[in-house]
Design a protein around this ligand. Structure first.
Ligand code: AHR
Length: 499
């Protein structure tokens, strides 16, 4: 074994609470995410509303806190009224964002029902491109106002007596992006978002708003955009958004070190927000909504012209992608004090953990597993990870740690969960120091390692799955743990007596 890695955890040294919203996702009217993904009326497994039960079962395994909907770039040219009322009367529209045909068979009412059926809340993005602040207000009225007004009564007429009670709203999507329908510069967006936020909160003061931050850390306007937008909106919004996708551009170590870049992005946006907090003499700290993150081979994306549900952005993830993905999960958990919402983009087919055949099977992609493990076990409180590990020299980021790691202690369950990713090309030996936890019992150690190019397909759906390693039966024994090259790990422990 080459490197020695040391991790020390103390249950009194915490980062912050891990809410279910840290494990959220994103469902856009894009490609086969909805049509042919979650919804396919003719499919043998479709329910009465046309939602696929096989897909729903996989969605439930991922324990998503919130489902962000309906876009994405799509939303900046979308009229939400096209998606309500009798299906036969809904218009087919041109979706400018993805050059597709939008049948509008799914809208806010059906999607809210779907989210409820998988135990998640909706995070709804309003249109700040072609849309207006008043339209955003009407939409909040339609979704959340009890009754007795034009839009609340319209919702009731459309079959939903009870309000949807959507608490989380995005004030637009990636408005800094030149690709966005009716893209704006920072002062123009800041003013528009402020007016939309005022109306939306007048209609329902209990809602929480996420304003558009930078669409990526590579945007030329980053991080100035974030500062300017917050100077306009700070007092009226609750979160600033971050979006970031990573891909292997040829240098494998740079790709493996993506978690390091993500951490810097989060810290920079938090610093911009804290600057505005000081400027405004505000007592309120702005939280972050990392509402799009994943691995996406953007360079390979090819759009089709004006088709219904075209198979676009359908990346097939390898084990290497899953290992990198595990590092990104660690960074999100380590920043749980500021990042309160994080949406894996997206949920089905479109750069997603779940992949379907139209009319056929549904499988788990490699990235499904690290997410499912984190969402199920990294709950409770994020702990500070004190780690010592050899450093590596990345061409893109300079010196980076050879491991990514995160830890969560769930007091209710009396369980400690540790995620660890070895990004080096060598086996490293991990020594754990769990000091304040006293006597603990290993519950399990799951690992993903092996052929980094391996992928899951319909014919070999279990080619890449986690395997369990033997753990010591003796509660007191804490052996060194070998971390094979470029591997992902989940280690779980139970307190043997109150710590
Ligand atoms: O998730 C795919 C696209 O990525 C979203 O529509 C957009 O917000 C981002 O650029």
């Amino acid at each position: 074994m080459n490197g020695k890695v040391h991790i020390m955890l103390d249950k009194d040294y915490t980062v912050g609470p891990i809410g279910s919203r840290l494990y959220s996702t994103f469902v856009e009217h894009l490609g086969r995410c909805i049509y042919g993904g979650i919804y396919e009326p003719g499919h043998p497994q479709a329910d009465a509303q046309g939602f696929r039960e096989d897909v729903r079962a996989l969605v439930k395994e991922l324990h998503f806190g919130a489902l962000r909907y309906p876009g994405g770039n799509f939303v900046s040219g979308y009229n939400w009224r096209d998606g309500i009322g009798p299906r036969a009367e809904r218009p087919v529209r041109l979706d400018y964002a993805w050059s597709s045909l939008e049948p509008n068979e799914i809208g806010i009412d059906e999607f809210s029902d779907y989210a409820k059926s998988v135990g998640s809340e909706v995070m709804y993005a309003v249109n700040m491109g072609t849309g207006t602040p008043q339209e955003a207000g009407y939409l909040v009225e339609y979704a959340n106002f009890p009754s007795g007004t034009f839009y609340s009564d319209l919702r009731i007429k459309n079959g939903h007596r009870d309000p949807h009670n959507i608490k989380l709203w995005c004030v637009g999507n990636e408005m800094d992006g030149a690709w966005q329908t009716c893209h704006l510069d920072a002062p123009d967006y800041g003013k528009k978002a402020l007016e939309a936020a005022k109306i939306m909160k007048w209609v329902d003061p209990s809602i929480e708003l996420a304003v558009c931050g930078s669409a990526s850390s590579w945007q030329p306007s980053y991080p100035e955009w974030d500062r300017v937008v917050l100077e306009y909106t700070y007092d009226k919004v609750d979160y600033i958004s971050l979006h970031r996708y990573y891909e292997n551009l040829g240098n494998e170590l740079d790709f493996l070190a993506s978690f390091h870049e993500m951490d810097g992005f989060i810290k920079t946006v938090a610093a911009a927000a804290d600057y505005v907090k000081a400027l405004k003499r505000s007592k309120r700290t702005m939280m972050l909504s990392f509402d799009e993150w994943n691995i996406w081979y953007q360079a390979k994306t090819r759009l089709k012209q004006w088709e219904f549900a075209p198979p676009i952005l359908e990346d097939n993830y390898s084990l290497l992608d899953a290992v990198v993905f595990g590092g990104l999960l660690c960074t999100l958990i380590n920043n749980a004090d500021r990042v309160r919402i994080a949406c894996l983009a997206q949920m089905v087919n479109v750069i997603a953990p779940i992949f379907t055949e139209t009319g056929g099977r549904a499988i788990r992609q490699t990235i499904f597993y690290p997410f499912a493990m984190a969402a199920q076990y990294c709950t409770g409180t994020a702990l500070k990870v004190f780690s010592k590990a050899p450093v590596l020299e990345s061409a893109a980021y300079g010196e980076v740690s050879s491991i990514a790691s995160a830890a969560a202690y769930d007091e209710g369950r009396g369980e400690l969960a540790i995620l660890c990713v070895n990004i080096s090309g060598e086996t490293q030996s991990l020594e754990l120091d769990l000091r304040s936890f006293g006597r603990v019992r290993w519950i399990e150690h799951r690992i993903m390692d092996g052929d980094l190019s391996a992928v899951n397909t319909f014919d070999a759906p279990d080619r890449v799955i986690p395997r369990s390693l033997a753990v010591p039966a003796d509660a007191l024994s804490m052996p060194e743990v070998p971390l094979p090259p470029k591997s992902f790990h989940l280690m779980r422990f139970k307190g043997e007596h109150p710590c």
